[in-house]
Design a protein around this ligand. Structure first.
Ligand code: CO
Length: 149
C-alpha cells in the first residue's frame, strides 16, 4: 500500500464526471487499498477516486463504524433530511459549510470483486455516501451550501 497525493479543489479533475469501472482487477484492489490508507492518514471519513487523480467511479467511506468500498455506486432510495457541516480533504477547511442531505439512503454498488450489494445507510454514513457520490459527478459540497434564512 502507498499514500497517494490528494488533489485540491482547484484541479479540474474534481469537476469532471468519472467513468464507470469495468475491470475488477488487481489494479482496482491496489487503488482501493491506497485510498483507504490515504484517507486514514488524512483523518477523513471518505475519499473518491478523482481526489487521487483517477477519473473512475470508485469511492470509500468510513463513517460511524461503517467502512464501505463503493464501485459504480447508485442511490436507489433516499428519505428524510439532515442539515450538517461538511468539509472535504480536497478543500480548505475555511470553506466548510452546512449542506442538506437525505437522512437515510439505500445504496447499490459493487465491491472490489465485482459483486453487487445493497446497503442502507443513515445519519453520518448517509451524508458521507452522498458527498462521495457527488465527487463522481464533479460536484463539490459547497455547490450545495445550505443557506439559512
Ligand atoms: Co470530498
Amino acid at each position: 500500500m502507498a499514500l497517494r497525493r490528494i488533489f485540491g479543489e482547484d484541479d479540474e479533475i474534481l469537476r469532471k464526471r468519472a467513468r464507470e469501472v469495468t475491470k475488477f482487477d488487481d489494479k482496482l484492489a491496489c487503488l482501493l487499498d491506497d485510498m483507504k490508507e490515504t484517507m486514514i492518514n488524512a483523518d477523513g471519513i471518505g475519499l473518491a477516486a478523482p481526489q487521487v487523480g483517477l477519473l473512475r467511479r470508485a469511492a470509500i467511506i468510513d463513517a460511524d463504524g461503517v467502512y464501505l468500498e463503493m464501485i459504480n455506486p447508485k442511490i436507489i432510495k433516499a428519505e428524510g433530511e439532515q442539515i450538517g457541516v461538511e468539509g472535504c480533504l480536497s478543500v480548505n477547511p475555511s470553506k466548510n459549510c452546512k449542506v442538506l442531505r437525505p437522512q437515510e439512503v439505500l445504496l447499490e454498488a459493487y465491491d472490489r470483486h465485482g459483486k453487487k450489494y445493497r446497503k442502507e445507510l443513515k445519519d453520518l454514513a448517509a451524508r458521507a455516501c452522498c458527498h462521495e457520490l457527488d465527487h463522481l459527478e464533479g460536484i463539490l459540497f459547497y455547490d450545495r451550501k445550505h443557506d439559512e434564512e
